[in-house]
Design a protein around this ligand. Structure first.
Ligand code: CUA
Length: 354
């Protein structure tokens, strides 16, 4: 029995280590390597609580070890029962007051950070970017307030600026989480809107997750935050505003694809401009880092996704086998040609799937 348990334990340890070490190679994903204002604040709170825990642990262990060795029965010593005492005012006061002080040390910065992260004082200022975030089964929609820009799966922000998010859900509760930049925030269905802000210190592509179990493809509800310099951000806004859904694609196959797309897909999707409503806006699709947030951007993967979306992301709203594989190939040619902005394309991308 023990041998079996031993093997099981080493297997478990090996698995845990593998996961830990795999995580080490991925940048811009960990809350323990903060790259933004919110995540830095939260990381500092973690350090305070860990410091307090270590302090308490060391003191308790030291007292424990002292008592264990100092008062143990020595060889040849007579077995005695120590004098029994009850109640010690000084001790009672000490071990009540010390935890209170420790909790205060923890509580004051925590409450401060809570108010700080909920601060919206500059949201109405001129030039401040606000994005309406909508969680959907199983993708994220980002509508830029005051601009005719709607994106999905990729949220572009300028570095070192507060970008406010107004957050809701179109179906069930999701939770928006970009560990390296900020904390989590739920998106709720109905009128209950949550708000938070993002501020990234460095340019980069940051992995985002849905952190609330929302259905069979919850774990595939990835997105990316692309932080670029303020100048590049301006360029991106300009590029996105100039997308023309009627523009004629280059290749003949893509032209046929455009027609197929307009006839079959436009009731849910949009190309450029405002939000599409039901499905993602695919305006800059050809430059997206991933297809459906999870697949490498290749024609083969895109055809697979268009024809059998339910096999890629079970439970999603896109109908299966709406078009044939041949038609999907043409639609793929069209969508992959939609490269209207190359801002952020030079940033290295890492993925949790790799
Ligand atoms: Cu959306 Cu989990």
């Amino acid at each position: 029995m023990r041998g079996w348990m031993g093997k099981f334990r080493s297997l478990f340890l090996f698995g845990a280590l593998t996961m830990l070490l795999t995580g080490c190679g991925i940048e811009n994903i960990s809350a323990l390597k903060p790259k933004g204002y919110g995540s830095e604040l939260l990381f500092d709170l973690m350090l305070i609580s860990i410091a307090i825990m270590i302090f308490v642990f060391v003191i308790v262990m030291a007292i424990y070890a002292f008592v264990l060795f100092r008062y143990r029965e020595k060889k040849g010593q007579e077995h005695i029962v120590p004098k029994q005492t009850e109640g010690n005012k000084a001790l009672e006061v000490i071990w009540t007051v010390i935890p209170i002080i420790l909790l205060l040390v923890l509580a004051i910065p925590t409450v401060q950070a809570t108010f700080d992260l909920a601060d919206q004082s500059t949201q109405e200022d001129e030039g401040v970017i606000t994005v309406d975030v909508t969680g959907n089964q199983y993708w994220w929609q980002f509508d830029y307030s005051g601009e005719e820009i709607s994106t999905s799966q990729e949220l572009y922000i300028p570095t070192n600026e507060r970008v406010y998010l107004n957050m809701k859900s179109s179906d069930v509760i999701h939770s928006f989480w970009v560990p390296a930049i900020a904390g989590k925030m739920d998106t709720n269905p109905g009128e209950n809107m949550n708000t938070m802000y993002l501020e990234a210190y460095e340019e980069g592509v940051y992995e985002g997750f849905c952190a609330e179990l929302c259905g069979p493809s919850h774990s595939l509800m990835y997105f990316k935050v692309v932080a670029v310099s303020p100048d590049e951000y301006e360029q991106w806004v300009e590029d996105m505003k100039n997308i023309d859904p009627e523009a004629t694609p280059e290749t003949a196959s893509a032209q046929e694809g455009q027609e197929l797309f307009n006839n079959n897909c436009m009731s849910c999707h949009a190309i450029g401009g405002a939000s599409a409503g039901v499905g993602p806006n695919l305006g800059n699709f050809g430059n997206r880092e991933k297809i459906a947030g999870i697949l490498e951007p290749s024609k083969e993967n895109l055809v697979e996704w268009i024809v059998h979306p339910d096999e890629v992301k079970p439970g999603n709203q896109m109908p299966s086998e709406l078009v044939t594989e041949e038609e999907a190939g043409k639609i793929a040619d069209y969508l992959l040609e939609l490269q209207h902005s190359d801002v952020g394309q030079d940033l290295p991308v890492q993925s949790v799937e790799e």
